[in-house]
Design a binder for this molecule. Structure first.
Ligand code: NAD
Length: 491
């Protein structure tokens, strides 16, 4: 297999150490690619290239409209190669091909959206209180951006960062997850084809503890944007303190999906499943924490058990598969560890909990769709992010109890609830302390609306206009048109 390499200052580059890594298909453990395995030195080279391109290159000084044109071109190239990208993503992550196709369509749309925003900010003139002066507020690109992305939505998460950074005029060093770099490598090729100048988009590959840490620590990086686990996020925040770089964090979630007695039963049931089982539950906004009101609890639990027992597991490349494997053996160990913890804590395992018996799935990192009932708010299986195909069910009686329990978490990424009562909709929407609240829906996101977490789910927002603003610094330019000596000191 030809080694896929890093991209530094416009040159496709092997690791300085010449190390490589096999990239695995989690469905059958087959090797699907070999990529360079970079280290700290390589990351430093990439940061140097991005620094030069920012300080001296054309990109930050190119008019927004022209940057927008280049990004539109890139969106078109992503659409042209969408099927190849989708297949690559499915082979590398195990998610179904339909899901990967939706991701690619979204990604092209993200580049188009930020391309459109690239020339929309005309700055602001303030009516200055100082006589004979002008006061101008402008936004400028923040500088060199390190962008570290996770393995669950490899290209989607990278695009949420890359598109606004480029629209704003920044230069970047991308670091995809070491186990899912393929689509990010391919899009770097498309950046070259779209005409983005050398040094503007750099790509380093390799482990977080070295390559990622170098980006977080580097004094030449102005902003570090990270999507991933909460503990890694804390480490990055500490590392970023060295030069007080800007920090944008999209971390985990433990997201309640609350169904009241008056909900539309069939729709709520469907979205309890949709809320969790895409990509085998490896979704930061998975509604894995199901909360059911007394009146519908038993019927809904039975309906969940029945529908979950019929979820079709298989190869994501095969039409009709609804759930693929987990990303890796290590991650499966983690999910199985949580299932053990749930049982030990006294939650009732109603379905799943093991590996599927079908021999055709034996080499994949599968865990069966798993349903725990009789869960209590303070159980670890309820409070911690499992990141797998596991639902916990808590029962509640009153709206106050539902709200109190839903908010009793360190996370604050997203929450949803189901009811037809307009007053309750208003109260619950106001009371839930989460970055996204879905009313009679779950897991909807789009490019125009901001995404991000309250509490320990993160810092800052991606997508929407706020997603672009993250990549800018605000500058106030004050000009005095009639300055005269005031003779205050030593006169
Ligand atoms: P992770 O934290 O293990 O890794 C994420 C990225 O950080 C990878 O590229 C990794 O190489 C890198 N990394 C690891 N250690 C590092 C370090 N010390 N310094 C710098 N970089 C380092 O997360 P993961 O397991 O890849 O992803 C799953 C997590 O991501 C889940 O917790 C999930 O909730 C979260 N996530 C959040 C969102 C969101 O929008 N909030 C979206 C997707 C995923």
């Amino acid at each position: 297999m030809t080694e896929k390499t890093m991209h530094i200052d416009g040159v496709w580059t092997r690791a300085g150490s010449a190390a490589t890594r096999d990239i695995i298909n989690p469905f059958d453990q087959g090797v699907i690619a070999v990529v360079s395995e970079g280290g700290r030195e390589d990351a430093r080279d990439a940061v140097d290239a991005a620094r030069q391109a920012f300080d001296r290159g054309p990109w930050p000084r190119t008019p927004g409209a022209e940057r927008g044109r280049v990004l539109m071109r890139l969106a078109g190239l992503i659409e042209r190669d969408a099927e190849e990208l989708a297949r690559m993503e499915t082979l590398n992550t195990g998610k179904t091909l339909e899901e990967s196709r939706w991701d690619m369509a979204d990604i092209a749309g993200i580049f188009r959206y930020f391309a459109g925003l690239a020339d929309k900010d005309g700055g602001e003139v303030i009516a200055s209180p100082v006589q004979d002066s002008t006061s101008l507020v402008v936004r400028e690109p923040v500088g060199v951006c390190g962008q570290i992305s996770p393995w669950n939505y490899p290209l989607l998460q990278a695009a949420w960062k890359l598109a606004p950074a480029l629209a704003a005029g920044c230069t970047v060093v991308m670091k995809p997850s070491e186990i899912t770099p393929l689509t990010t490598i391919k899009v770097t090729e498309l950046c070259v084809e779209a005409g983005i100048p050398d040094g503007v988009v750099n790509l380093v590959l390799g482990p977080g503890a070295t390559v990622g840490a170098e980006l977080a620590e580097s004094p030449d990086v102005d902003l570090i944007s990270f999507t991933g686990g909460i503990e890694t996020g804390k480490t990055i925040m500490r590392a970023a303190a060295g030069n007080v770089k800007k920090v944008a964090l999209e971390l985990g979630g433990k997201n309640p999906n609350i169904v009241f007695d008056d909900a539309d039963f069939e729709t709520a049931l469907d979205y309890l499943l949709n809320g969790v089982f895409f990509h085998a539950g490896q979704i930061c906004s998975a509604g894995a924490r199901v909360m059911l009101q007394d009146g519908i609890h038993d019927r809904m639990v039975e309906a969940l058990r029945e529908r979950m027992s019929r979820i079709r597991l298989g190869d994501g490349m095969v039409q009709g598969t609804r759930m693929g494997p987990l990303i890796s053996a290590a991650h499966r160990d983690k999910v199985e560890g949580y299932i053990r913890i749930g049982r030990e804590e006294g939650a009732r395992l109603l379905l799943g909990g093991g590996r599927p018996s079908d021999p055709a799935l034996a080499r994949g990192f599968f865990v069966e769709p798993t349903l725990f009932t009789d869960c209590a708010n303070d159980m670890r299986i309820v409070q911690e992010e499992v990141f797998g195909p596991v639902i916990t069910v808590e029962r509640f009686s009153t709206e106050e109890e539902a709200l109190r329990n839903a908010n009793s978490t360190i996370y604050g990424l997203s929450a949803g609830f189901w009811t037809r009562d307009p007053d309750r909709i208003r109260r619950m929407s106001a009371g839930l302390r989460f970055g996204t609240v879905w009313v009679n829906d779950f897991n909807v996101y789009f490019t125009q609306a901001p995404w991000g977490g309250f509490k320990q789910s993160g810092l800052g927002r991606e997508l929407g206009r706020m997603g672009l603003e993250e990549y800018t610094e605000v500058k106030h330019v004050f000009q005095n048109h009639n300055a005269r000596p005031v003779h205050w000191f030593g006169a």
